[in-house]
Design a protein around this ligand. Sequence first.
Ligand code: NAP
Length: 282
Amino acid sequence: MILLDGKAVSAKTKERVKNEALNLKNSGIEPALAVILVGEDKASQTYVASKEKACHACEIRSIMHRLPENTSENELLALIDLLNLDDSVDGILVQLPLPKHINTSRILEAIKASKDVDGFHAINVGKLASGLDGFVPCTPLGIMEILKEYKIDVKGKNVCVIGRSNIVGKPMANLMLNADATVTVTHSKTKNLKEICLNSDIIVAAIGKPFFLTADMVKDGAIVIDVGINRLEDGRLVGDVDFDSVAPKCSYITPVPGGVGPMTIAMLLANTIKSAKNRAKA
Ligand code: NAP
């Protein structure tokens, strides 16, 4: 069994991003990412602080907008408009979840698709589904990067994606399909999940339930990608996979922490560089 070391792949990706950012700066383009946080959600504050730190480490200008909880939808839309129009801004990210009085879809659709480095805008979702070049959500993109780094070709492989969220499951399925895998997307209403998993060469678990994928659901030699991040009552951070029992059956597996998690921010930075390169070409 080989551990897929997302931490190492993330470090390598960030190094590449930093070099590309320096090259862009030398040619007069300073890559910039605007991050908007509305409210006081503790986890969101931590995520945003990590994104800011990663930008600094990789020579990307970070523009932080911390707005109070009672910010109106119109005020947020006005800020997004300003950032859309600002040619020095390459990426715009609105940290989710937003306070309940704000319509998340309306906000995500207001971000200019060419600056939508999270890949959540319908135009980018459509591009991914059509196999066209656009921005791809960072977590599934990071998974493809890990597979690429380990020279794992998904072509012709049976892939089971557990979970159908817009940020992980659905874009993951499209990326796998675009890479010529045979993909089954499963969810809470799927009837024969165990059977589908046992028939899969690759399983991507993105459910949000600790220890959900157990050894009896995994065939020998399978590749298992664990997207889950679950905090147990004793403080431990675990994935959606029962790692101790599943790992011995796998050819490759991602650990939690240190697997998929570190790739998400790395790919956010990579998407920002991609946008800055588009600006340089324009
Ligand atoms: P989500 O929006 O809650 O989606 C969970 C999915 O799991 C849903 O599609 C749900 O099905 C499915 N599901 C729930 N119970 C199931 C069951 N018994 N059998 C099969 N499918 C089941 O979650 P998410 O945002 O995709 O995140 C999933 C996990 O990944 C979470 O632990 C999250 O923290 C983690 N995550 C990690 C990163 C990272 O950077 N590593 C990024 C994003 C998310 P229905 O659609 O039928 O409800």
